[in-house]
Design a binder for this molecule. Structure first.
Ligand SMILES: CC(C)(COP(=O)(O)OP(=O)(O)OC[C@H]1O[C@@H](n2cnc3c(N)ncnc32)[C@H](O)[C@@H]1OP(=O)(O)O)[C@@H](O)C(=O)NCCC(=O)NCCS
Length: 202
């Protein structure tokens, strides 16, 4: 069905952000976010030193994002030319066009729609045939991580169920909401947005 202004989801102005591939020199700022008090609340974070992160980023910084990309790749989210967070894409199965995403925004930059804007900017890179050419993107978020649920929902991800006791976080097994977005869903959303952006006809 052709979307109409009545059926289209509500949108609000999005902050201007830029994604750029994370480089070894970004290890320090990323380490800073990973060690903030709230970082391990809802996600299992392997302890990593700045040096560990630097070598990890060196491995992934220049991997080309194309139909052979097997991930992971990580981007810095920048707003007003300042780093505010990271977002990553991992290919779980090239054969099935299946990928997973992860993201985090530094504590003092939260609540400004940066995560939503970053994920929206990642979608064309993940789905486009000129990008990673994936078909299905999955994400899990701890059931209590309401902010992350909202990020996914606002980007069109659909809730598919609950993965019970999915991750061990801070010594406790935590249920996770499972979300997914298909390339078809994303293309449909883009069609809706284009339709809404068109000037109304008399
Ligand atoms: C989850 C996270 C990335 C959200 O980043 P953010 O930039 O603050 O998110 P946004 O500003 O784009 O907000 C997205 C939505 O979350 C809501 N939100 C933000 N903080 C919230 C909170 N503490 N409780 C409930 N909702 C919250 C916002 O109101 C918005 O929802 P709305 O559209 O209904 O208004 C950020 O909180 C974070 O980095 N957390 C730690 C790492 C993490 O949990 N990563 C995700 C693992 S699955």
């Amino acid at each position: 069905m052709e979307p109409t202004a009545e059926t289209a989801p509500e949108t609000r102005p999005e902050p201007a952000i830029r994604l750029r591939r994370a480089m070894p020199d970004d290890a320090e700022v990323i380490h800073g976010w990973r060690t903030e008090p709230s970082a391990p609340r809802y996600q299992p974070l392997l302890p990593m030193t700045v040096a560990d992160l630097r070598s990890l980023l060196a491995e992934t910084a220049n991997v080309p994002l194309d139909s052979h990309f097997a991930g992971p790749a990580r981007w810095l989210v920048e707003a007003n030319r300042q780093p505010v967070g990271t977002i990553s894409l991992t290919v779980e199965s090239r054969e099935h066009g299946l990928g997973t995403i992860g993201y985090g925004i530094g504590e003092r930059h939260r609540g400004k729609d940066y995560a939503v804007a970053a994920l929206r900017a990642l979608l064309p890179l993940a789905f486009s045939p000129d990008g990673a050419n994936l078909w299905r993107l999955e994400a899990v978020a701890a059931v209590e991580n309401v902010a992350s649920h909202r990020v996914l929902e606002r980007c069109g991800f659909q809730l598919e169920g609950t993965a019970r006791s999915y991750f061990l976080i801070g010594g406790r097994r935590v249920d996770h909401a499972r979300y997914a977005l298909l390339r078809d869903d994303w293309e449909q959303t883009r069609a809706t947005e284009r339709h809404r952006a068109e000037p109304a006809r008399p």
